[in-house]
Every structure is written in C-alpha cells, then in structure tokens.
Write a protein that binds this ligand. Structure first.
Ligand SMILES: N[C@@H](CCC(=O)N[C@@H](CS)C(=O)NCC(=O)O)C(=O)O
Length: 202
C-alpha cells in the first residue's frame, strides 16, 4: 500500500496518523501537488493529496474515503461499524475537515501578492474557522462524535486541523479562545502518531 502525500498537508497527515494508529504498513511517496513536475494528477484527477494506492492497484481519495477504506483492512477501528453510530463521528470529521478547508483557502489567499489579495474573502474564511471551532467545542462538551477512551477518525481530523492552525495560523491563538479544546488536544497531539507526522518547520 502506498500513500501519496506532501509533508505539510493536514489531510495527508490525517491518513498518516490513521495508518499509524491502526498499525498498518505502507510506503510514503512524498509529492508536492503545487510543483509543475508533480505526479499527483496521475493518481487523483483533482490533483490533490492524499491519494492511497491499495495493494490491489485501486487508488482512493479523498481523505474521508481513504479513512473508510482503511476500516476494511483491520487494525484498531477508528469508526463505529454500525452506520447510524458512525454518523456523529463522520459529522465531527467533516466539521474539522471543513475548518481545515477554510484555513487552507485563507492561507493560499494570504500568500498572493498583497495588491491581489481578497481581504473580504480571507475574512469570510476566518469567520468559518471561528464558527467551526465554536461548534467543535460544543460537540466536545456533548462528547458528540469524539472517541473518548479510544481514538477515532474524528479525533484525528480535529487534531490535524488544530495542528494546521498551529502551523499556519499561530497568531489566532486558538488555545486561549477554546480552553476545552486545548485541554482535550494536549494528550492527543502528544501521541507518537502525531509527533511523528508534524509538519516540517516552514
Ligand atoms: N477534501 C480533500 C482535500 C485535499 C486537499 O485539498 N489537499 C491539498 C493539500 S493540503 C492539495 O493537494 N491541494 C492541491 C490543489 O488544490 O491543487 C481531502 O480531504 O483529501
């Protein structure tokens, strides 16, 4: 099994953490989809990482689909097998991934030359991040979709999203505005699966 990923992608990190938590062996093919010489479109027509090449040759994307595929391979379960019970977990995963989408969009826009940046667009994405974090804190208080005693895919998605905020949006200081999330994330982000996959220094 081969994972095509960049080392800074929070979505790819989600799958690297999931593979580590499940104890599934894989090879990592590092590819940066923004470079002209990238081979990512040969795996995923959308040109995005992560993409997972299964042992039978099938290629899976995007990260929620890869996570579902990994459940079929065994290892520690990261999603309840029962469909209805899996929905709150997948909802929390989708919320975390959506915050990541907003953060990536804001980062890319903020990387354009200053005169070309759409400030209203950046603000719109930042609002999604703030609303999303508030909703996540609420779900955490209600224990809705989070793993509790054993880690699940929602925990992993939230951890990778928070790690991305640390990586690109340290100035947002999400820990001081979301103390419950901060207390919960401290243990999660200290797990070897997370420390081993931290993005390289910028
Ligand atoms: N929904 C996708 C998002 C994947 C994604 O946007 N990956 C970024 C890297 S962080 C990418 O490959 N971007 C390249 C591009 O948009 O052309 C997933 O969960 O896998």
């Amino acid at each position: 099994m081969k994972l095509v990923a960049s080392l800074t992608s929070p979505y790819a990190r989600k799958i690297r953490v999931a593979l580590a938590e499940k104890g599934l062996p894989f090879t990592l093919e590092v590819d940066i989809p923004w470079l002209p010489e990238t081979a990512v479109p040969s795996y995923n027509p959308l040109g995005k990482v992560p993409a997972l090449v299964a042992d039978d040759g099938e290629v899976w994307y995007d990260s929620p689909v890869i996570a579902l595929y990994l459940e079929t391979l065994g290892g520690a379960p990261l999603l309840p097998a029962e469909r209805l019970a899996s929905l709150p977990v997948r909802q929390t995963e989708a919320l975390a991934d959506g915050i990541t989408d907003a953060a990536v969009a804001a980062f890319l826009e903020g990387n354009r030359p200053p005169e070309k940046q759409d400030q209203a667009g950046i603000e719109r994405q930042l609002t999604k991040i703030h609303r999303g974090l508030a909703a996540l804190e609420e779900r955490l208080v209600q224990r809705k979709g989070f793993g509790g005693a054993s880690i699940n895919i929602a925990d992993i998605a939230v951890g990778c999203m928070l790690g991305y905020l640390d990586f690109r949006f340290g100035h947002l200081h999400w820990r001081s505005t979301h103390p419950n999330l901060a207390a919960w994330a401290a243990d999660l982000l200290a797990r070897p699966s997370f420390t081993d996959t931290a993005p390289p220094p910028a």
